[in-house]
Design a protein around this ligand. Sequence first.
Ligand code: GLA
Length: 706
Amino acid sequence: MEIVEDTYLVHRYWGKKLTSYHFSNRPPLKKRTFAAAPIAEKPEVSPEFLPFEFPYPHQGDFRNSAVQIQQANGDELVRFCFQSYEIKNGVNQLSDLPHARGADEEAQTLIIYLSDQIAEIELALYYTIFADSSVIVRSSKIKNIGTRPIKIAKLFSASIDVRYDQQLSTTFYGTHQKEFQLNRSEIQHGLYKIGSSRGASGPLYPPYIALSKGADEFRGEVHAMTLIYSGNHEIILERDQYDHLRMQAGLASETFSWQLNAEETFYSPQALLSYSDRGFNGSSQSFHRFFTDHLISPAWKNKERPLLINSWEMTYYDVNHKRIIDLIDAAADLGFETVALDDGWYGKRNSSKTSLGDWTVDTDKFPDGLKPLVDYAKEKNIGFGIWFEPEMISPKTELLQKHPDWVMRSKNYEPLLGRNQYVLDLTNPEVQHFIIETVAKTIMELGVSYVKWDMNRHMTDPFSQQQTFESTEYPHRYMLGLYRVLNELTSAFPEVLFENCSSGGGRLDPGMLFYFPQTWISDNTDGLDRQQIQYGASCLFPISSMTGHVSDVPNHQTNRVVPFKTRAALASSTNMGYEMNIAQLTEDEKKAVRSHLKEYKQERKLIMEGTFHRLQSPFEGNTCGWMFLNKEQAVIYLFRNRYQVFDLSLLIKLPGLDHHALYQEETTRQVYSGSELINCGLALENPKGDCIVQKIKLKKIEAESV
Ligand code: GLA
């Protein structure tokens, strides 16, 4: 960065580590008629060309701004000048937002202060770097140093100006049952904007953008950015008339504002920036390591996650004592470690039309309650988990009769239904208290070890009936309410595994990862569709954070029949579980499941903690391949979808292996050099049939033992 004319904070470089920097790439300034020229004697200094660290409007930089403020007198003008900076050890722990974690000796934070003395506003920019990571954490803070309230109309977390250099942009798009689709495209002149106004981060455009230059999975430069935030966000990419590129991320400006009274401060969520010169795999691997080391709860870092059997696709709402007892018996027999009782256990929940909010056990289905089930599971050394959708309320519930004012809605319009339910008003502290109490009581009374936290609709009426603030403050206030609830519950029960879900990956983002070490990434368990969903999500999220279940065929979402081996390999490539009727398997099926679980347990550490490499993209062809690698071994899966008679064989190259090592393949006992597997690749049979998978297991061996 550089301070230009004692005023402007400009950006100079973000990329590969330099030994030292002497402004070699600083572009010479050139006067241009018609460009803003605030300094009479230096007309070449124009905000129109400067690469800003944090641009504000009305200064002659006519690109998209990162901050907008309305002063008490109605003025929408602010001019932030550089004031000072300081460097502190450690990270900036935001008390009410999820944030990067790090001890004082692991991280350093640079804080740059800018201010507008007329408006009496201070802007602080935070940059945290870590000794063991290439990820940079950025955020911003506004402080009202005046005596009258101001309104923040926009505050991004990060903004970066670079030169356009034929980069491509990569973002995700998606929908329910088709999350994390990759969207890579050329960058046109103009403004490209994605984000969310759903009150949750996805599944349409989760917060992620990458700029890549001549990059594939293995080579080339990738500059990527994401947000530690789970609500409405905005990602901007602007290519201007001089071929400057501006990349920004932050709270969605259209659905945000904040009144800031005298002496108050407001913090933006944190943005994470990762640079890779090893293509998209390098970029994801940095995020994976960062999320594991500096975002998820340390209590769950590298902690073994239970092999789970979930009741949903087995029973849907039709759960009862006998069926769950049978499920526990089958789970114990086959080698599962936790049984999760999904939706249907409370109120009169026989369909999606009722009972959310009435969180008392349905005694028609469970005459003795759930405790005997939890105890029975414990006797068999099986954990027990339970499903909740705590942010919701169904019509015709006792809760709604008692607290009609708890529904998220405006005063004058009937709230709109989504999946037959309304959203609770989490800006209301009474609602927050109710959720904390209800979930905590259930956890304590039952002694469950796992909670699935669902959110099956997004927001259409983001207003509070008690509203004492402007309606554009609502979406962020909702998130602060939710984060408070999650913070209380996950701190009170650190030993309970909380799994995030929003009809699958509808709210999967780094913010949720702070509270939930794992997420059900999609309701689509189909053996074909799932390849793209897992491949896409892995661009940002570590394998340990993505759960995947083996389900029945024909698949309930697509009616497709994919062989068991392929479905098993796909789930084996995640934090694994099952959801099918394991109580009614044939002897052959039981044998297959038993051996699958045994194999997964043997490889679980490698899958969860090894380095993940994407090898062949299901977005580009007929195959999908990836590898789990640690110092000793590698497990590779190659999914080949449609059999084509003219494809005589398959070839998979394995960049990421050790060049100088020798590897032995487990089944054939054949030895290969790392360098040949990397460069020549490994040739494989191309068996007949659709949707097949091949697994290759390599063990590193010493050269002299060959
Ligand atoms: C959502 C979840 C499913 C299941 C159902 C229950 O769709 O994604 O896994 O829990 O809700 O209603």
